[in-house]
Design a protein around this ligand. Structure first.
Ligand code: ADP
Ligand code: MG
Length: 238
């Protein structure tokens, strides 16, 4: 587990300023949900935390350590995307263990970690299957399994459920929430779905054009929105 501190973070693409002077403290072990309209900088922010994107200014700390110059692989962070590209010619077990194999971990350790993750995610009976033999929800669980085996200090989710149908989305929300409770790992979760944010989050961050409109517990935002933008975004039916 680790806190994530963003202190005056800025990001520019050429002359386009996407994020400016952003301050945010993500608490150790919390499930923080980032919401905001398309293009407001949610994915950019996650990619900055993961180290996949350089920053134009500010300081980023993970678990109290300044990581501005630290390579992604040294940050102990795992990211789960919406397009959960699994390796089609590898089994579930191979997909889940692949990053550990690349890291040259011993075979017995890989098997143990994969089995643990499969137990947590209810994938125990599916380890020898190939991705095309899985349902959408099962594939999404394998994608999460790939992240879990690495024991990350922080999980980043970028709209992980947006490719799933409505019913499965509801089920997966509950599963991710349960996963968070079980692992206790810090999670930063991006969605444009207000219901997802309201039902899952410890705290919600409302982003708009690269700056924060409000941070608070779901009910706090619902009862006392800081401005019309937040009221509109949280209050509108999805
Ligand atoms: P969101 O995830 O909230 O939809 P993004 O973080 O993907 O938003 O994008 C924020 C802004 O940054 C958008 O205006 C987008 O066009 C711009 N942007 C994202 N990536 C790049 C890039 N590689 N080059 C230039 N502009 C980018
Ligand atoms: Mg995005």
């Amino acid at each position: 587990m680790a806190s994530v501190e963003l202190d005056g973070i800025g990001k520019r693409y050429g002359s386009l300023s996407v994020i400016e002077g952003l301050n945010l403290d993500v608490r150790d072990g919390e499930l923080l949900i980032l919401v905001g309209p398309s293009g407001c900088g949610k994915s950019t922010l996650l990619r900055i935390i993961a180290g996949l994107e350089s920053i134009s200014g500010g300081e980023l700390r993970i678990g109290g350590r300044l990581v501005n110059e630290m390579a992604p692989r040294d940050r102990n962070i795992a990211m789960v995307f919406q397009s959960y590209a699994l390796y089609p010619h590898k089994t579930v077990a191979q997909n889940m263990g692949f990053s550990l194999m690349l890291a040259k971990r011993p075979k017995a350790e890989i098997e143990r970690k994969v089995k643990e993750a499969a137990d947590i995610l209810n994938l125990g009976g599916l380890l020898d299957r190939y991705p095309k033999q899985l349902s959408g929800g099962q594939r999404q669980r394998v994608a999460m399994g790939r992240a879990i085996v690495r024991d990350p200090e922080v999980f980043l989710f970028d709209e992980p459920l947006s490719n799933l149908d409505a019913k499965l989305r509801v089920q997966m929300r509950a599963e991710i929430k349960a996963l968070h409770e079980r692992l206790g790992t810090t999670m930063i979760y991006v969605t444009h779905d207000q219901v997802e944010a309201m039902t899952m989050a410890d705290r919600i961050v409302v982003l708009n054009r690269g700056h924060i409109e409000q941070v608070g517990a779901p009910l706090e935002l619902y009862d006392r929105p800081a401005n019309l933008f937040v009221a509109d975004f949280i209050g509108s039916p999805s």
